[in-house]
Design a protein around this ligand. Structure first.
Ligand code: PMP
Length: 448
């Protein structure tokens, strides 16, 4: 595919959309320039309305782990709703089976509740932590995202002048909710320890993405993970792992199964049902028993669509496939992620472009910086123009990577070695182009 790809039908649909949907999209970060409307997705590929085909590396921001439209997932999901669409009273067996499965797989999961989105899961995790501890304060880390609600709507992708101060991600957030938020630097054990020493008695919970995938791929040190567990235990604060991206994607037991540090509460979403809308909150039985799904519980938990048979069955099918052949899919996902990281490393090295290709399992990014990225400050040194320029150039050549700074790529079991080889070839082509334009005054720096 070349720069000449036709996009008339996408443009026409985007125009119609803008008249009735603010901005023409249903979630922030979905806006594409030029606009693209997708009409079909299968395996590793997606097609836009004008018939252009792309290898998809966005994977809907993470859910697609098996590949788009996995037939086994679709078969079980649709069979489930043929038996029963939604009763919304009592429990169905699929809910019990999936909760049992998660308890078996996730170290922290003694009990499980289902919701529809990651935001709901993190919201409930924080609320029950406040109820359990009788405290208000919440610790989060600069660069982590935990959903759209007021509890954590600050300090995600902040401008450099906003580091160290409260930086709301939205207008209309209740200021009092952000007053209870303490924002710390990821991987900074000393700052964590000092904060817990000083304010630990007032802190209800510490919440984090165990790998910060919101700003690409920021891997925690083991020392940091151990310090999180130790300080939370010492000061009676809940430790919440937000595994909405990492859960199932890096391991069926989440990142906690990899690092051996068990939080009190865990949130899961995205990849647990390969594209069907479901999330889970799991954790210590005593804490989970505070929810008013038990008659004696005093922490509200509700949702008309919670535990919907369609998504319960989709998730059970996803687990079944990921467990098959001694978890062969995960081995392949890890090998592919490594291949992309190495490939990008070789290319940027050969071209003399300062870069830090980074991956964990099936997630990879190509930071353009000399610095290894251990926290948000390091991520800020990434050259955003090159980062977005690479993604844009790849889209023009038929490889869809979301054209946003610091946003990550996801591999699925459907990507082939040939897909990866072609992607790396195209990436080299784009980078040669970007490097050439960069050396000319008024080149990349002034380009959109
Ligand atoms: N936590 C993390 C780590 C996420 O990446 C996201 C979504 N990007 C959420 C929570 C919120 O999930 P949802 O969009 O399903 O509400």
């Amino acid at each position: 595919m070349s720069n000449q790809r036709r996009l008339e039908k996408s443009a026409a649909l985007a125009e119609r959309a803008e008249l009735v949907i603010p901005g023409g999209v249903n979630s922030s970060l979905r806006t594409l320039d030029p606009p693209l409307a997708f009409v079909r997705a299968e395996g590793a590929y997606v097609w836009d309305a004008d018939g252009n085909k792309y290898v998809d590396y966005n994977g809907a921001f993470g859910p697609i782990i098996l590949g788009h439209g996995d037939p086994r997932v679709a078969e079980l999901a649709f069979a489930a709703v043929q038996d029963m669409d939604l009763m919304g009273a009592g429990v169905v067996e699929l809910e019990v089976r999936l909760a049992e499965k998660l308890r078996e797989l996730i170290p922290s999961a003694q009990k499980v509740l289902f919701a529809n989105s990651g935001s709901e899961a993190t919201y409930h995790a924080i609320r029950v932590s406040r109820a359990w501890t009788g405290r208000r304060k919440l610790v989060k880390f600069q660069g982590c995202y935990h959903g759209w609600h007021d509890y954590t709507s600050a300090n995600v992708i902040s401008a450099v002048e906003k580091l160290g101060v409260t930086d709301p991600t939205s207008a209309g957030v209740l200021p009092q909710s952000l007053e209870e938020l303490i924002v710390l630097r990821f991987n900074d054990v000393e700052q964590l320890e000092k904060t817990m020493m000083r304010e630990g008695q007032e802190i209800a919970a510490v919440i984090l993405e165990p790998i910060i995938h919101t700003i690409g791929c920021v891997i925690p040190s083991q020392e940091f993970m151990v310090a999180l567990r130790r300080t939370c235990t010492e000061h009676g604060a809940m430790l919440i792992f937000d595994e909405v991206v990492t859960g199932f994607r890096h391991d069926l037991g989440g990142y906690q199964a990899i690092c051996g540090v068990t939080p009190d509460l865990t949130t899961m979403g995205k990849a647990i049902a390969n594209g069907y809308p479901v999330a889970a909150l799991c954790g210590r039985a005593d804490v989970m028993d505070r929810f008013n799904t038990r008659l004696e519980g005093d922490v509200a938990f509700g949702g008309t669509f919670n535990g919907h048979p369609l998504v319960m069955a989709a998730s059970l099918a996803t687990v079944e496939l990921l467990e098959a052949d001694g978890r062969a899919i995960h081995r392949r996902l890890y090998a592919m992620g490594e291949r992309m990281r190495r490939g990008l490393d070789e290319i940027t090295e050969r071209l003399g472009i300062p870069a830090r290709p980074t991956s964990f399992g099936s997630v990879f990014v190509n930071y353009f910086t000399e610095r290894p990225v251990h926290n948000f400050d390091d991520a800020l040194t990434n050259d955003a123009e090159l980062y977005v320029g690479l993604h844009r150039g790849l889209i023009e050549r038929g490889f869809f990577m979301i054209p946003l700074n610091l946003k990550r790529n996801h591999l699925s079991a459907s990507h082939s070695d040939d897909d990866l080889d072609r992607t790396l070839e195209a990436a080299e082509d784009v980078l040669v182009d970007l490097a050439a334009r960069r050396t000319r005054p008024g080149g990349v720096a002034s380009a959109p």
